[in-house]
Design a protein around this ligand. Structure first.
Ligand code: AMP
Ligand code: ZN
Length: 203
């Protein structure tokens, strides 16, 4: 979309503090951060809302959110973060280009939990019927927009060969740390120069 600010960020027309980019997704620091490390993850394609994406694209995007959520809180010296999408105007979305927010949380940051954002009166007697409706609808194949298989350039070139996969017997516990291989495909630009905020101030 030509007049979308996040499309312009994704194609490099507008400068930003980029932390990651591949053929599908782009991640950068929020210009008006709610906390230190507040990061936005966007698809390069213009979608306003999550449900407009193809399922494969959504998976790729979530995989990036997963990796960033693992490292950003650590880098800024905390153990918690909120992860979310303002999915639509009523949910507070200001920029009409889908974005995941990762917002690190700190002791005394004056924030609230996500569920504290909304306080609507709900009749609890309606909830069992609602649960049944959702249970039924999730089996409807039409809820998923499937497309051609989506592959990032990074994945194509760096996907490990089958025999390189770590062999973990089913009875063994998962290794405490992810295999190093998993991180090799995750290249931050100028990773070595990334600032260390671990001693950052707390208000
Ligand atoms: P939302 O309400 O979910 O659409 O949030 C939009 C977010 O984008 C806000 O947190 C803004 O601070 C952030 N934002 C807007 N313009 C820019 C920009 N040029 N660079 C980085 N972040 C931006
Ligand atoms: Zn856009």
């Amino acid at each position: 979309m030509t007049d979308c600010i996040f499309c312009k960020i994704a194609n490099g027309e507008i400068k930003t503090l980029k932390v990651y980019e591949d053929s599908l997704n782009f991640a950068f620091l929020d210009i008006n951060p709610s906390s230190l490390g507040h990061t936005l993850i966007i698809p390069k394609k213009h979608y306003q809302k999550l449900e407009e994406m193809l399922e494969e694209e959504a998976k790729e995007m979530f995989s990036l959110v997963f990796k960033l959520a693992k490292i950003i809180p650590k880098i800024v010296g905390t153990s918690s973060c909120n992860i979310g999408i303002n999915n639509g105007k009523l949910a507070g979305q200001e920029v009409p280009h889908l974005q995941f927010h990762i917002i690190p949380r700190f002791e005394g940051d004056k924030g609230s939990p996500i569920q504290g954002l909304v306080r609507m009166k709900v009749n609890k007697e309606e909830l069992p019927t609602l649960a049944e409706k959702i249970k039924k609808e999730i089996k409807n194949p039409e809820i998923v927009r499937e497309g051609e298989e989506v592959k990032t350039e990074d994945k194509k070139s760096k996907e490990p060969k089958k025999e390189e996969k770590p062999k973990v017997k089913e009875t063994e516990e998962r290794p405490a740390k992810s295999p190093e291989r998993e991180w090799q495909e995750f290249n931050f630009e100028e990773q070595d120069k990334a600032p260390d905020f671990s001693e950052a101030r707390r208000e």
